[in-house]
Design a protein around this ligand. Sequence first.
Ligand SMILES: Nc1ncnc2c1ncn2[C@@H]1O[C@H](COP(=O)(O)OP(=O)(O)O)[C@@H](O)[C@H]1O
Length: 187
Amino acid sequence: MAASRSSPNIIITGTPGTGKSTHAQLLVQESPITLKHINVGELVKDQGLHEGFDEEWQSYTVDDDKLLDELEPLADRGGLILDWHTCDIFPERWIDLVIVLRCNHTLLWERLEKRNYPLKKIQENNEAEIMGVVSDEARESYQSQVVVELTSESMEDLQGNVSRMVEWIRNWLDNNGVAQVNQLDRT
Ligand SMILES: Nc1ncnc2c1ncn2[C@@H]1O[C@H](COP(=O)(O)OP(=O)(O)O)[C@@H](O)[C@H]1O
């Protein structure tokens, strides 16, 4: 279905620790249009969109229906950056671009250790990154031309990745006939 929204919706996904929130925050700063960064994990916790806290995994059990109901009106308007470690829940019609961040698993281990994750959680996430679990999930959930895999191991990667995302947004705006706000400002 052609997007009726005037701004694109972008998923930034990847194993915990790959740099999703860091990329999302920089993209909000560098984007030519206003984007709303939604850290989905924090939204689930703050709005109670879950069925309780799982002590073993130290995470909330998400109530998918409540989460989708909460996001639907925002997604219809567009301009979202959905920052989450999983992406198969979102309807394809909402999504214009899926960024999968990848990181060398040794580097990822170090990042997750700094978060004081329980060893079991570090091991599980490290294993998932080695196996490419999030990348597989993205490719199974969205058309291949919508999914872009980017390395996130250095500040240069970060800046380069966000510059590419900004370029993609400009192209999306041109292709969807939406004059960029700053172009309107220039008239
Ligand atoms: N491209 C990168 N290069 C180096 N460090 C990064 C990069 N992206 C993120 N980091 C660092 O890795 C840690 C995890 O980043 P964060 O954005 O919180 O990951 P996520 O949101 O995927 O869990 C933070 O300390 C952040 O500064």
